[in-house]
Design a protein around this ligand. Sequence first.
Ligand code: ADP
Ligand code: MG
Length: 382
Amino acid sequence: MVTVRLENIEKVFEQKTPSGEVSKVFALKNINLTIIDGETIAVVGPSGCGKSTLLRVIAGLEKATDGNVYFDDKLVNDVEPKDRGIGIVFQNYALYPHFKSKGNLSFFFKLRKTKEEVINERVRVTAETLGVGFEELLNRKPGQLSGGQQQRVALGRCIIKEPTIFLLDEPLSNLDAKLRERTRIELKRLLRRFKVTTFYVTHDQVEAVTLGDRIAVMKSGQILQVAPYREIYKHPVNMFVANFIGLPPMKFLDVKLNGQKLIGEGFEIEISSEVAKAIGDENRKLALGIRPENIEISSNPETGFYKAKIDVIEPLPNEGAKYVYFSYAENAESVAKAELSYEGKVGDTIYVQLDSKKIYIFDKDTEESIVAQDRVFSIVNA
Ligand code: ADP
Ligand code: MG
């Protein structure tokens, strides 16, 4: 096992344009990250933010323009990928099409002229690890396997080498929803059992939450926040992270500070003096963030509730909830989480209240967090 440490990693791609000029892509900007021995870090972020590039730098498939990669205390910048003890699984599994699954699993050992009985034993143990139904895949070629089965074989080919680090790049993206769910749980079991240091790239936050001991949120070549899911959910460092983590995402409402109140379009909300002090300036442009689960709906006008109209209702029986999308002013919309038994209908007038202890406040210009769930960030007054 191994602890991976990335220190000030920069990656710049240079491309020649047709006219011969060189254009630069800053794919990774000053990345600092430690993946602790045995933990799984799930990296999430929009397409093109640098997730795969970072994975390839850890693998040694891509050389960083600047910075250092350590495996424990060893600097591995110049170590070949094959000598790094890594196992990689990509989105497109790239199995050898002419080999049966067994051949795919044992290829690495055949190259090294390992004895047949040793190979057979490794294949047997790997098949056992991958669980029910894997044995019967061994005698089929990739063309005779479904997408999910191919991906299991690809995983098998990765773990049979007993890597000290797993690098997985959107391994489930090509699977249909049902299979993705099953394979996600299977992977979780595998990671639990092996406790191998794992770097898991995904754009799917459900995968990230299920598999990651910690989640790293990336944007434009930078890591914005690294923390366990609960911490990111409760205390996102900025609007991007707040919006990226949580389903449906946090909504933002424009507000201004006025004494000890936040005034928005069609509503106002009392805040504590501490929060008002943290905001400080009444001229500051603010975004109030609120999650669906922290909005209460009533069908009657009650004090402290604001009038709104239901636009869309999305029942999610699995979650035991209905999401109620509503508008409360011109171009001002939000969403609340209600019980599955909620009986409101599209077009109904409703009254909503934001839980003032669960609001988030961001500076609209810098997008940085000022207050998260009634926790005032000290940086504001620093
Ligand atoms: P992600 O995996 O998050 O979708 P990537 O790491 O693949 O993002 O890409 C990050 C950025 O680097 C993108 O702008 C992409 O176009 C660019 N990039 C990746 N690989 C290369 C390359 N070999 N040459 C030039 N640009 C590249
Ligand atoms: Mg990618």
